[in-house]
Design a protein around this ligand. Structure first.
Ligand SMILES: Cc1cc2nc3c(=O)[nH]c(=O)nc-3n(C[C@H](O)[C@H](O)[C@H](O)COP(=O)(O)OP(=O)(O)OC[C@H]3O[C@@H](n4cnc5c(N)ncnc54)[C@H](O)[C@@H]3O)c2cc1C
Length: 455
């Protein structure tokens, strides 16, 4: 790469803020449409990101569509979920589906996010790593780009660059060749800056607190069972004294001698803010199923946690010339805490409408993104939010799991609903099922619950 000086002002068609799953997928699909796109990422790859590292069939489909199936095959594959509750263990394969594969993977975000970002660069997107969008720029009241500050380790990956070239670049030369602050001007902006979404908030986006939010924490342990071909979820977490704890626990095997172990809970639990997730994490590590052979005193790194904004809880997601995607749009599934697949999916649709808006020279096309979100996730997220309220009542949660775990077919159905893997021909049945869930909640929580939860 040449040591050409980056100008103080830099023009692109689309600026993508953040190059996690959402930002890199947006970069990829925009580049594939021939759009001049720049992704700015404040960290330098490879970088860690607190996550369960679980990719379910929806995420695998998106990664496959981005040409990354061969990459995934080098990581640990799983073919189903083991659910544990009420002293019962049920192992369920991922369902057959006409659109989604019947398997998933567990891939550290340290690896996943780097190869997805590189894939976008190879497709023609530009990536600045170690470059933070610190503030939006407005021209006559309309967003026209962002002030981007470079940080230590800054480097540019030019469009079409082969993946390995990035390693050969001299970071010192890169850092020296650019000014510390650059004004990036763009016709459209994709906001993909994750759950805290400072950039999104500076544009006026806010999370609606009536929606559920998740809180989760994880670390890694060594385990002789790390090649287990299923991921595992414990639905009734207990402490060492046998007392029930709020939330759920997971163990996701990485196939390399290690496992990702974590716990999560929803904001619908009473006093959720007072829950000490570090204590929950320690208790779960000590009480997790013995087949993993976890030594709770020997985590491989300090446990770290984060927030999961759910059910499309951030508004507005569409501005005159910008769109919010992934966690910045609050896209995490309340049923299971998955957000990587929704980041990929919302990114792809955002890229589609922006490419159309550029071709048609009509920013109004962006409204189609809002319609798509409603069609694709509207009812599903509404029901998931209601469900989140339901399981926020520990006694009800226990009752439900006790009933559910008695029936394999009921749990297989629940798995398909919770992982959003119903077949298209089942959607009418799903609507009936959603109605039943809604009725149960109404009986359990009182008549105002549905309208409250839907807000
Ligand atoms: C403990 C935990 C476990 C989880 N487990 C799973 C799981 O197993 N499976 C699953 O599907 N989901 C899981 N999730 C959710 C998942 O991590 C998120 O939904 C997903 O990362 C969302 O992707 P994103 O691209 O929207 O945001 P992020 O992954 O947060 O990426 C945002 C990127 O933007 C960058 N950035 C932020 N601000 C700026 C700025 N101003 N300028 C430039 N760059 C910026 C950040 O450095 C980051 O790289 C988990 C979450 C947590 C907290």
């Amino acid at each position: 790469m040449s040591s050409q000086t980056t100008p103080d002002v830099y023009d692109v068609d689309v600026l993508v803020v953040g190059a996690g799953p959402g930002g890199s997928a947006a970069g990829y699909w925009l580049a594939r449409s021939g759009v001049r796109v720049l992704m700015v990422e404040r960290k330098v790859f490879p970088r860690d990101k607190t996550c369960g590292d679980g990719l379910t069939p929806r995420a695998v489909r998106q990664l496959t569509d981005m040409g990354l199936a061969h990459k995934l095959e080098t990581f640990h594959r799983h073919d189903g979920l083991r659910a544990i509750a009420a002293d019962i263990t049920l192992e369920m394969p991922w369902p057959d589906h006409p659109v989604f594969p019947s398997h998933g993977y567990v891939v550290r975000r340290h690896d996943l996010d780097e190869f997805v970002a590189r894939n976008a660069v190879e497709a023609g997107a530009e990536l600045w790593q170690g470059a933070e969008a610190v503030a939006p720029i407005f021209t006559q009241g309309i967003l026209s780009g962002a002030t981007v500050k470079t940080k230590p380790g800054f480097r540019r990956n030019l469009p079409g660059e082969p993946a390995d070239d990035a390693d050969r670049q001299d970071p010192d030369e890169q850092a020296a060749s650019v000014p510390a602050t650059i004004e990036v001007r763009a016709r459209f902006v994709v906001v993909a800056d994750g759950s805290l979404s400072r950039f999104g908030r500076s544009l006026g986006a806010r999370r609606d607190r009536d929606y559920p939010q998740g809180m989760a924490i994880r670390t890694y342990y060594q385990s002789a069972l790390s090649t287990d071909p299923v991921i595992e979820s414990t639905l009734d977490v207990r402490d060492r004294q046998g007392n029930a704890m709020p939330g759920y626990g997971w163990v996701f095997p990485l196939g390399d001698g290690t496992i990702n172990v974590g716990v999560g809970l929803l904001s619908t639990f009473k006093n959720w803010k007072q829950v000490n997730t570090s204590v929950m994490m320690q208790e779960f590590a000590a009480t997790a199923p013995s087949h993993w052979g976890i030594d709770p005193s020997a985590p491989l790194q300090p446990a770290t946690g984060g927030r999961l904004p759910m059910a499309g809880s951030v508004f507005p997601k569409v501005g005159p010339n910008y769109l919010l995607i992934g966690d910045a749009a609050g896209s995490v599934n309340p049923f299971n805490g998955e957000g990587i697949d929704y980041a990929y999916e919302t990114a792809r649709e955002a890229a589609h409408v922006i490419a159309l808006a550029l071709v048609n020279n009509d920013a109004l096309t962006l409204i189609d993104y809002q319609r798509w979100l409603e069609d694709e996730y509207g009812l599903y997220f509404q029901v998931a939010s209601v469900f989140a309220r339901l399981i926020g009542q520990p006694a009800l949660m226990r009752q439900l799991t006790q009933i559910g775990m008695q029936s394999r077919s009921l749990m297989e159905w629940a798995l398909r609903v919770m992982a959003n893997l119903l077949r298209p021909d089942e959607v009418h049945v799903a609507e009936l099922a959603y109605g039943s869930i809604a009725r149960i909640v109404q009986i359990a929580l009182g008549p105002s619950s549905l309208s409250d939860a839907a807000q």
